[in-house]
Design a binder for this molecule. Sequence first.
Ligand SMILES: *Cc1c(COP(=O)(O)O)cnc(C)c1O
Length: 345
Amino acid sequence: MLDNLVRKNILALKPYSCARDEFKGRNANIFLDANENPYNGPYNRYPDPLQEELKARLAVVKGVPASRMFLGNGSDEPIDLVYRIFCEPRIDNVVAMAPTYGMYRVAADINDVEYRAVPLREDFSLDADALLAATDSHTKVIWLCSPNNPTGNALERAAIEHILQEFQGIVVVDEAYSDFNDFRPFRLDLDRFPNLVVLNTFSKLWASAAIRLGMAFASEEIIALFNKVKYPYNVNLLTQQQAMNLLNDLQHVNLWRATVLRERSHLLPAIAELPICRAVYPTDANFVLARIIDAERVYHYLIDCGIVVRNRSRVELCDNCLRITIGTPEENNALLGALRQYRGR
Ligand SMILES: *Cc1c(COP(=O)(O)O)cnc(C)c1O
């Protein structure tokens, strides 16, 4: 099945062979094979191209074997690789929901691949059959984002499974925010769905957007394609080390999650009570979408108060909506204080 989905040039590709690939498994302590400078260790050496130590640690935390894991320069990298591996420019297309995360379309445009956006229902739920109806014989990928950005809701599992079963191509489920809810994550269901790619990231719950580390979980066959096409040393040593430090201190991550969820439960009703608020949408993520009277002006008012939120008012279905990230208790109080003082202008 997979061979029919992959671009011919990628199937035929002979990947770059790293100097370090060749001696692998044998003992050596003098490395004169990669034209590195012998001084300034450990930064003089090329990093592990497949990040094996980090993946072994992540396998335990994520419940997915290292062989079904790809690590990249943020989620941006696996998003781009999906196009480069599966989509023939100007011939193939992808289908996604709208509104959703903007990078799927940007990466489609960069790769010159047609992007078909299908609206969510008014309540932001997924219309699986509408997405399937938008596919044709050249559709290689369906993009799903759950919980969805910017709407905040997790998609119904049954609707996602329906697409995974009916669609013959790749289905990407971006679960960047799955750490903020208790639904079963799709990365645990790779056995049931050979066409599934799940994205996770260090940028949200893991509080490490600066180190640029994204994860993709998929079958070993799909992971082999990612590894074939990626830059040889796509995750640098500093990033690998910093991620290991974090994984050795999971208490912090658990505390962050508890704090964000508690703050979320305080912030939502407080926003809903504001006279300028028309709706606060249910959220399964670390942000909330709120419909506000005159969102554009409120957005600029908040900036004058030194508070930046995301103005989504020009996005489909999100007329007059602001997307607000859950901050520290102090930050959230400052936001509420400013919004309570807003008098229109
Ligand atoms: C924030 C976010 C990401 C994270 O992207 P990185 O490149 O890993 O920082 C991925 N997907 C969605 C939907 C997001 O909102």
